[in-house]
Design a protein around this ligand. Structure first.
Ligand code: SAM
Length: 274
């Protein structure tokens, strides 16, 4: 039942057969070889960006299936959070992951002590729910949902479709201290809805609690200069500011200079939190 991303990311985990965070292995659902072949074929046709009508049924189906794979960015971001656990303390912090896929980043945050909500399109929710169970991260039944009581747990697994964000955002357990997202910028037509979703959640958290200065960490693999430029433009248009995390602050084995970046995104106002 358990699986590791070892075959996907070309690093040596040393004596450990599994990807570990805070010393604990993360277990994943086994995805069939057939499913992986299909995704690979589909990705090769869409990765460069706009190749058809934005939001067409075929494209939506393709993007949903990407949730079945563990992408390199998720390992890079998970290991960054572990490596920077002193500078970015997650214990009892409220964390929301967008486009969770197999949930590696959110699960890593929970293993580092956060109270986590995982989100993705409806298609991905059953697998995400199973992964949470597999890793034994559900809260003890009956526990209060205060972050201090459910630190280290995935408290919610929710559908959140960026294309219809207004239908979903109001039911989130805002405010959040952190938003995490890995490899969520790979097709141009999803960039605007994704950034709008991040902006809305940052704003909602701040409206609910003016003392909360939510920080989003976006782990991004460059696939085209045009895609990167669109991302930066959309961040600016939505009143967000970003800083690129220094490569030297990333876990040395899990970084790909020049290809994978981590952006720290906040509302474009003075913000001193980690
Ligand atoms: C390339 S995968 C990355 C998955 C995971 N974060 C990782 O790094 O392994 C993109 C993710 O975005 C999700 N996604 C695609 N379209 C979406 C949408 N409209 N709203 C929310 N999530 C979406 C997919 O289901 C998938 O999980």
């Amino acid at each position: 039942m358990g699986a590791s991303p070892k075959d996907i990311y070309s690093v040596d985990y040393g004596a450990h057969p599994y990807f570990r965070i805070a010393g604990r292995p993360i277990f994943l659902q086994q995805v069939t070889a057939n499913a992986l072949d299909t995704i690979e074929a589909e990705q090769s046709g869409t990765a460069e960006g706009d190749k058809g009508d934005a939001g067409s049924e075929v494209q939506v189906e393709h993007t949903e299936r990407t949730s079945l794979v563990v992408w390199d960015c998720s390992l890079v971001l998970a290991k960054y959070l572990e490596y920077q656990r002193q500078a970015i303390p997650l214990h009892a912090k409220r964390v929301l992951e967008l486009g969770s896929g197999q949930g590696i980043v959110g699960i890593a945050a929970a293993l580092l002590g956060a109270q986590v909500t995982l989100t993705d399109v409806a298609f991905a929710i059953p697998a995400l729910t199973s992964v949470v169970r597999l890793n034994n991260l559900s809260p003890v039944p009956g526990s209060r949902l205060a972050p201090s009581d459910t630190a280290g747990c995935v408290t919610h697994v929710r559908p959140l479709d960026w294309l219809h964000r207004d239908d979903f955002i109001h039911s989130l357990e805002s405010p959040f201290d952190y938003i995490l997202a890995s490899d969520v910028v790979w097709v141009d037509w999803l960039i605007e809805p994704l950034v709008a979703t991040i902006a809305d959640i940052l704003q909602q958290s701040h409206i609910l609690d003016a003392d909360v200065h939510t920080v989003a960490y976006l782990c991004h693999q460059t696939r085209s200069t045009r895609g990167d430029e669109r991302l930066f433009k959309q961040l600016e248009l939505h009143g967000l500011t970003y800083q690129t995390v220094d490569f030297n602050s990333m876990e040395p084995t899990f970084r790909k200079p020049g290809l994978i970046n981590i952006f720290r995104v906040t509302r474009a106002i003075a913000d001193k939190s980690p």
